[in-house]
Structures are given as structure tokens and as C-alpha cells.
Design a protein around this ligand. Structure first.
Ligand SMILES: [Fe+2]
Length: 395
């Protein structure tokens, strides 16, 4: 097991109807709140109004910033940051999915630390700027997928350069996450399916990207994957089942909380391979992961076969005793699962042609360099040609 530090500083406030407590909770952190959210004109509008009412009832002033994109743009975040500073806000209420919560983290920390949001992301060999602190963040997830509501991570994209990248900072961990399963009921079926698969991608990234053994982390992860699979089956039967929405919310939060990786820090090659799909084609991240996961698992099975085999046996019913054979069955089982859930997608299904594979692979190895030249990090360094091959398997 690799030495580690872990804490979970976010106070988790869970339960139907608890969104109405936001005013009372926010009052502990300041007098003027920015609500950061998506563009108005969706099923979320009444929820925005509810949050605003609760804040005003608790005596807070409110600034509403709408228009954070599903792939949050650095340029939009910078605009929100300027407004946050000009309005002298004290805290951010991140009301939305992973994109809004990620974007809100950059608003809160960039407003506190100065500069532009893009200064802080990982970008090849450059040393990212470091935050000096952040204004408090209260997250209210409206979709269960990214786990961003309780962690330090955040992904944004640069609309001027077609680059998408990430950073992590403990300053940006939300103080409180209000997880109200009632408001998760309105997530449409196709987004629910894609989100479940994004949760799966988080659960397996470290499991399949590190040679370190940590049985505790394995068992935690396997338990969460099995819980996710069970509740994925249930939610497609009734997307308004509040209890099931709650179980999926916990899979989202703890699936990317670090607890799934205790003693086994790894890298995130699957996410790195997906990022150009979102950056060039504005593909929602979760949909991109649906496309990338089976192809990645197929191509990388022989890189770390004993880990792939363990997952295949413990979560997907594989009984084959030879590790390499079992490892190569994982992508088959995952594809079958996606198809059974009517969630399987290829690049052509999402309208992405093959003419930018080289360019996108170049971006991945440039932005997220691995241990060998012209490669990205992974269970073994992944070359540009291998990334092109993975994209070809996504067709
Ligand atoms: Fe993800």
C-alpha cells in the first residue's frame, strides 16, 4: 500500500427537501452569495428560485450568475470571477452538475488568489500557478456523476485553444454539500445513464491505473461498483425513485472522493483520452466517457492484467483463472453491460469523425505527459499511436 493522507472536510447534508436549508447554512459563511448555475430556461429554473428565496429569507444578498456551460469555459469562469470580485461576494453556491461545481471552484479560488482561471490548470511541462486560498463554496448537485460536490478537483476548457484540463486544490473543497434527492428526480433518462457510467469511470480509474495493491480500496471500490450497477438497473425502471437517486448520489460522491484510492494513488488516463472529445466537439464529459471506456479497457488489458482480471472476476462474473484471458474479457463484459442498459455509444453515434485522431492524441501526450517521451501517464506510458488506436476502437 502506498503511504497516503486523506480527509473528507465537506459536511454532507443529505435528505429530501433539504435544499431549503441553504439560506441558513450559507449565513454561516457570509452576507452576500453568488449563485453560479447553468443558463436559465431549463427544468432547473424553479430550483434556482428556491435557492434564491432561501438565501434572501436568511438575510443574504444574492448575485446570480447563469450561463456556465456543460463543459465550463475558462472565459465564462473569468467573467463570473470578475463579477464576484466587483460585487464583493463572500461565497459561491454551486448549483448544478459537475461542470457548474467545477467552474464554481475556479471562481471561488481565482477571485481569492488573483489571475485567470486557466493559470491554475495542469498544462504539459508548465508549472501551474498555486492558489493562496479560496472563498467558501456550498455545492448543490443537480445530477449525480462527477463527485465534484465533495472533492478538490475541477476541469475547465479553454475555448480559444480547444484545450481541456484540470487541477486539484484543497482550498476548493466545498464546505457543505447539500444533496437533495428530490431535485435529482428531474434528470432525464439519457443523462442519468451517462452519469452512471461516468461514476463507473471514476471508480475504476485508480483501480486500473496503479500497480499498487490495496485490498481495502479494492473492496470499497468493488462494493460501490456493485451498488452502482444495482441502482443503475433500478433507476431506469423509475427515474423518480428518490431512494435510488440517493444511493446513486452516494456512489457519485464517494466514487471520486479519494476513499476509492486509499493506498493506491494512480493517474487518470481514461479521462485524459476523453478530454479532447469534449474540447474539440463540446461533447458532454459523461457521454465522452461512455464512448471511451470500452475501447480503453480493450486496448489496455495487457498493461496490467492482474488488476483488470481482478475487477472482471469480482464485479462482472468472469470465472476464467488465467489473468490475461480474464483481463481481456473485462471490456467484453463492460460493453455487454452498457448495451444491456441501452447506453452503449460509439464515436459515430455522437457524430464525431476520425479526421482529428492524430491531433487529439498529440494534445493528450503534450498536456498530460507520462514517464516516457511522447506519452501520457497510465499503468504503462501510453504513446500517441496507442491513443489513436483507442480512438479507432471507439468508432
Ligand atoms: Fe468523469
Amino acid at each position: 500500500m502506498t503511504p497516503f493522507e486523506w480527509n473528507f472536510p465537506t459536511k454532507l447534508t443529505y435528505g429530501p427537501g433539504r435544499i431549503d436549508e441553504v439560506g441558513q447554512i450559507a449565513a454561516e459563511f457570509g452576507k452576500k452569495a453568488m449563485i453560479a448555475t447553468y443558463a436559465k430556461g431549463s427544468a432547473l429554473d424553479p430550483v434556482i428560485e428556491r435557492v434564491e428565496s432561501s438565501l434572501r429569507a436568511a438575510g443574504l444578498e444574492v448575485v446570480i450568475f447563469t450561463g456556465i456551460e456543460p463543459n465550463p469555459r475558462a472565459q465564462t469562469i473569468d467573467k463570473a470571477t470578475d463579477i464576484f470580485i466587483a460585487e464583493k461576494c463572500d461565497l459561491v453556491i454551486a448549483l448544478g452538475g459537475g461542470s457548474v461545481i467545477d467552474g464554481s471552484k475556479y471562481i471561488a479560488a481565482t477571485a481569492f488568489s488573483g489571475g485567470k482561471s486557466w493559470d491554475y490548470v495542469v498544462l504539459g511541462e508548465r508549472t501551474p500557478r498555486e492558489y493562496t486560498g479560496a472563498f467558501p463554496i456550498i455545492s448543490i448537485p443537480t445530477i449525480s456523476a462527477a463527485g465534484s460536490e465533495c472533492n478538490a478537483g475541477g476541469v475547465i476548457q479553454n475555448a480559444e485553444t480547444n484545450e481541456k484540463s484540470f487541477s486539484r486544490s484543497p482550498y476548493r473543497i466545498p464546505k457543505v454539500a447539500i444533496v437533495d434527492p428530490e431535485i435529482l428526480k428531474s434528470v432525464p433518462l439519457h443523462l442519468t445513464k451517462e452519469s452512471c457510467i461516468d461514476i463507473f469511470s471514476h471508480l475504476v480509474e485508480h483501480y486500473l491505473s496503479s500497480h499498487a495493491e490495496s485490498e481495502f480500496a479494492d473492496r470499497m471500490t468493488e462494493g460501490m461498483i456493485l451498488c452502482l450497477m444495482d441502482n443503475f438497473e433500478k433507476i431506469v425502471q423509475n427515474i423518480e425513485d428518490v431512494e435510488v437517486r440517493g444511493q446513486l448520489a452516494l456512489c457519485s460522491i464517494f466514487g471520486w472522493s479519494g476513499i476509492q484510492a486509499l493506498g493506491r494513488l494512480g493517474c487518470i488516463p481514461m479521462h485524459s483520452v476523453e478530454m479532447p472529445l469534449s474540447a474539440y466537439y463540446d461533447l458532454p464529459h459523461a457521454r465522452g466517457m461512455v464512448v471511451v471506456i470500452p475501447a480503453y479497457l480493450e486496448h489496455m488489458a495487457d498493461a496490467i492484467p492482474h488488476r483488470f482480471a481482478k475487477l472482471a472476476r469480482r464485479c462482472f462474473g468472469v470465472t476464467e483463472t488465467d489473468d490475461l484471458v480474464a483481463a481481456k474479457l473485462l471490456h467484453v463484459k463492460v460493453r455487454e453491460w452498457f448495451k444491456r442498459m441501452d447506453a452503449f455509444l460509439t464515436l459515430s453515434d455522437v457524430g464525431i469523425p476520425d479526421d482529428k485522431f492524430e491531433q487529439m492524441a498529440d494534445d493528450v501526450v503534450r498536456m498530460f505527459p507520462g514517464g516516457a517521451p511522447e506519452s501520457t501517464a497510465g499503468p504503462r506510458p501510453i504513446s500517441k499511436d496507442e491513443i489513436v488506436r483507442i480512438y479507432q476502437l471507439c468508432k
